[in-house]
Design a protein around this ligand. Structure first.
Ligand code: FAD
Length: 507
């Protein structure tokens, strides 16, 4: 699109909501630009517990609409991206003195039946004295419930939505900050700053979407001039990653004495992910970091259940994010609604602004459809809804077909270790072949930066998925950061710097 043309939509924020909206809109024939001030998924969308779930505990807060919509999305999203989303079973031990067994059974009955479950297996009752799930737990737990939800690689879900949006014509600009947006002659004039060069450019759009997550009020105040915007309640949640605590491929759902819950989830083959905390956050969203108190809380909560305690020394990595919840006035952080709220701003004659508050990774596709309904009311409909049955890049295989795909890839690239082939397929699905190309041996994949991260994969991410820095690659597009040393990450950073300068020279 040339500089003086006007986009239909301008989206602020490259998290799951912004990228989901850009993809849906581009697929319906709207012209779209999306600006992300940092990397894709660098905000909340890479800091989640990584579950596509109805949210069992939201039933306690009577959030039936949200739970039903989220439950229904599980199988829709699994079909859409079976490489990065897959079913997971959760073990919920009954703990004497906490929620009674009849209440857990009732909640899980609703969970099984509210949301059109077709493929995911139903809840069952376990005897932890004989089931292997009881092995890692303290003696004394005898009964548990095992139920279904799905796992998602959250940061990749964002990158794949952005990739698909761009393939459908959207313009995705990362490292691009919206610094000003004002209404002029019936449309928006938006100033965007290239965060790498400092250059400022102006673009025009008929409609503006503020999907800045925890920064949504900040954007309203600093870029749009609503000085007293105060709509979101920032609620911090942190996770710890420890060396693998149990062999089972099922995850645990533990109730705590403070009525909260935590998950312990098999993670990146060698690790266990434990989280999350849930408390009000008063700082700037750019500065979220786990506190010592949160680490202690998570270690203690998990140690109530595991026979071998979780200690601070076990922690190999942590991450922390803030939920941008709509401020519904709830007294406790964990009671604030997890549902999304869309607020329109602008009369019939004015250019429209849609602000997005709250939401879950799980419901991003439905949120995008709701936004598009509002867009179409204003700009007119061009094409029908389409995302419920459309596949994300690399996900074009049967939901149950992963093992066959793995076998095929290992046959085609016999030099790949099984873990390497598995990792590539879990990240890139059928597009793994674009990374491997006509390689015949490992050396054909170029420099090895450590573990099984080769230049061929890094180059693919730079060329196709907007990766710029070493962090983009080792913490968001992949989680190789868990396996690489600081020195190896520095070598990767130097490689990226050199390729960037060569690319600039070639221009
Ligand atoms: P973000 O991902 O934060 O995206 C907003 C983006 O806007 C950021 O990348 C930011 O850099 C960009 N931005 C800000 N200002 C500007 C500007 N001026 N110009 C350009 N760009 C800008 N949901 C689930 O479904 N399942 C879970 O298991 C789950 N677990 C969670 C656990 C925790 C601890 C937390 C915090 C959340 C969890 N969630 C979960 C909720 C989910 O992660 C969030 O609802 C979702 O990621 C929000 O996405 P977003 O796109 O609105 O925000």
């Amino acid at each position: 699109m040339s500089d003086n043309q006007t986009y239909d939509l301008f989206v602020i924020g490259g998290g799951i909501n912004g990228c989901g909206i850009a993809r849906d809109a581009a697929g319906r024939g709207f012209t779209v630009m999306l600006a992300e001030k940092d990397d894709l998924a660098s905000g909340t969308s890479s800091s989640s517990t990584k579950l596509i779930h109805g949210g069992l505990r939201y039933l306690e807060h009577y959030e039936f609409r949200l739970v039903r919509e989220a439950l229904m999305e599980r199988e829709v999203l699994w079909r859409m991206a079976p490489h990065i989303i897959w079913p997971m079973r959760f073990i919920l031990p009954h703990q004497k003195g906490l929620r009674p067994a009849w209440l857990l059974r009732l909640g899980l009955f609703l969970y099984d039946h509210l949301g059109g479950r077709k493929l995911l297996p139903p809840t069952r009752v376990l005897d932890l004295r004989s089931d292997p799930a009881g092995g890692p737990l303290k003696p004394g737990f005898s009964k548990a419930f095992e139920y279904s939800d799905c796992w998602v690689n959250d940061a990749r879900l964002v990158a794949l939505n952005a990739r698909d949006a761009a393939d459908r014509g959207a313009e995705i600009r990362t490292r691009t900050k919206v610094v000003d947006a004002r209404r002029e002659d019936g449309s928006w004039t938006i100033s965007i700053e290239n965060c790498l060069t400092g250059q400022v450019q102006t673009v025009r759009a008929r409609l503006l979407i503020n999907a800045a997550g925890p920064w949504v009020d900040g954007v309203l105040r600093s870029a749009i001039g609503e000085n007293d915007a105060s709509n979101v309640r920032l609620v911090q949640g942190s996770h710890i990653v420890v060396r693998r605590k149990f062999e089972d491929e099922r995850a645990y759902f533990f109730q705590n004495r403070d009525e909260r819950i935590i998950f312990a989830i098999p993670y990146e083959r060698d690790f266990t992910l434990i989280g999350t905390t849930d408390h009000d956050f008063g700082g700037e969203p750019d500065d979220t970091e786990i506190s010592d108190g949160e680490i202690a809380y998570l270690c203690n909560a998990a140690s109530e259940y595991f026979a071998e305690p979780v200690t601070r020394d076990d922690v190999v990595w942590t991450y922390s994010g803030v939920r941008p919840l709509f401020d519904d006035g709830a007294s406790a952080a964990q009671e604030a609604t997890r549902d999304y709220v869309l607020v329109e701003d602008g009369g019939a004659e004015e250019a429209l602004l849609i602000n997005i508050f709250g939401g879950k990774i799980t419901t991003y596709r439905r949120l995008s459809e709701s936004v598009l309904e509002k867009v179409e009311k204003r700009l007119g409909a061009r094409k029908a809804r389409w995302t419920a049955h459309a596949i994300l890049p690399g996900g074009d295989f049967e939901t149950g077909g992963f093992d066959r795909l793995l076998g095929d890839l290992m046959e085609q690239y016999a030099f790949l270790a099984k873990e390497h082939a598995y990792r590539l397929l879990r990240l890139y699905g059928t597009r793994a072949a674009s990374i491997l190309g006509d390689a015949r041996r490992l050396e054909d994949l170029g420099t090895c930066f450590g573990s099984d991260l080769y230049a061929a994969e890094v180059d693919y991410l730079v060329e196709n998925e907007w990766a710029v820095t070493a962090d983009d690659i080792v913490w968001r597009r992949t989680k190789r950061g868990l396996q690489l040393s600081d020195e190896q990450i520095a070598t990767l950073a130097a490689y990226l710097q050199t390729s960037k300068s060569e690319a600039l020279k070639a221009v």
